[in-house]
Design a protein around this ligand. Structure first.
Ligand SMILES: [Zn+2]
Length: 417
């Protein structure tokens, strides 16, 4: 990558803001085009969505998100918002009172998860994610506790939004990103959207405080942005990770270089965000450590118009070596819009050399496991949340079919947009 690309890339990862503004977007079709598409598509699937919370979808092909072989001629029972039974159609009993819907020729996949968003910018229109098939989002850096309270209020009043997982404030060093970069001139954000720590005990207390306050995971920044800014001391980073693990919470790290990847791996983080180039040695360590990687290709694409070959190659090498790749778009940055940006990320993962199956897994099963096995999202399996998309073609032959779902369901409640 040329030095100018590097500088631009560095800048873009600094650009997300926390002001609650709705940024303009470039990757969404204009409303008129979008309406036409919806109208045309609505004619294809004649079945009406189920109206009750106890139904069976018959004669589907199941792509369960894990990367396993699709199951044809299958049926899926949904009851009370969960997948209750799954199996071959001819072996599945239809209980009395169950709504029966024949979806011959269609495919079911888990609802999609965008694992890197800045949802605070879209708090008044979180439904935009769901309309594009994104049934869960992970928001990585928000005002605390105000954003958490907003989401709780919206969730109570509005069912047509995705499930929102929240990291809350970002842990960083004094003089580190984003405290000394994006927030340098924004006292409110320095107060509420970052936790600045330079002492292990202080760090442990802060981790306990935000977890007690209801956040779902911890995000730290370990990125000196080409030597310009401060990074957390190793003992402070270890204290953050250790305290989070004591509280059964996951930790993800924003990093900027291969060297920083080694440091955060040594501290024991569960996942890494960004970083444009990883060595084979680092990739090997990530596999050993079961460390997830969210390479955020869409935000790079939006800013640079083309992604450096080294970034695409790193994603391919990591996936091939067995690193669990997770799809996250970093929407909230200029040029990206809710939902559409995840489909862009999926296309880019395929361009990088992942199979469509691997890309689907990155936005479903891997993303769900990243959040925790007990969360039960991102897969079509008995007991999981019934978050799903109904497609009229095989997304393994065309990843873009995921962006044109016929039905979208969260917790079993089906919507047809
Ligand atoms: Zn971000």
């Amino acid at each position: 990558m040329s030095r100018s690309s590097v500088v631009l890339l560095t800048n873009l990862l600094l650009t997300f803001c926390f002001t609650g503004c709705d940024c303009s977007s470039n990757d969404a079709p204009s409303p008129s085009v979008e309406d036409e598409v919806v109208e045309e598509e609505a004619q294809h699937l004649s079945e009406m969505p189920p109206e009750s919370d106890n139904y069976i979808l018959q004669n589907l092909t199941i792509i369960d998100g894990t990367g396993g072989d699709p199951v044809k001629e299958a049926s899926v029972v949904v009851r009370g918002g969960r997948f209750d039974a799954i199996g071959p159609t001819d072996e599945m009993d239809v209980e009395e009172g169950m709504e029966v819907i024949d979806l011959s020729g269609h495919f079911i996949v888990p609802g999609l998860i965008d694992s890197h968003v800045h949802a605070g910018q879209f708090q008044m229109r979180l439904d935009s994610f769901l309309k594009q098939g994104v049934t869960s989002i992970k928001s990585l850096g928000d005002r605390f506790p105000s954003f958490l309270e907003t989401v709780e209020e919206v969730t109570d009043e509005e069912t047509s939004i995705p499930r929102v997982f929240i990291a809350g404030p970002i842990f960083t060093a004094p003089g580190g990103h984003p405290e000394a970069t994006l927030f340098a001139e924004q006292p409110l954000l320095r107060e509420e959207a970052v936790v600045v720590v330079d002492d292990p005990d202080e760090a442990r207390n802060a981790v306990r405080e935000v977890l007690d306050g209801g956040v779902d995971l911890i995000k730290l920044v370990y990125d000196d942005i080409w030597g310009e800014y401060e990074r957390l001391d190793r003992d402070v980073m270890e204290a953050i990770v250790d305290e989070a693990k004591t509280q059964d919470a996951i930790v993800t790290a924003h990093i900027g270089s291969d060297e920083e990847a080694w440091e955060v791996l040594a501290a024991g983080v569960d996942a890494m965000e960004h970083v444009t180039e990883l060595s084979d040695e680092t990739i090997e360590e990530m596999v050993k450590a079961d460390c997830f990687w969210v390479p955020t290709l869409a935000v790079v694409d939006a800013q640079l118009d083309s992604i450096p070959d080294s970034h695409m190659d790193s994603v391919y090498r990591a996936a091939t070596a067995g690193v669990d790749i997770v799809a996250g778009s970093d929407v909230g940055n200029p040029g990206l819009s809710p939902g559409y940006s995840l489909h862009r990320e999926l296309r880019l993962l395929v361009e990088a050399g992942l199979t469509p199956d691997q890309a689907i897994t990155a936005a479903t099963y891997n993303a769900g496991r990243f959040l925790g096995e007990d969360i039960k999202v991102g897969l079509v399996a008995k007991g999981a949340h019934a978050d799903f998309l109904i497609l009229d073609g095989d997304p393994r032959s065309d990843i873009d079919l995921l962006s044109r779902p016929r039905w979208i369901a969260r917790d079993g409640e089906v919507r047809r947009y």
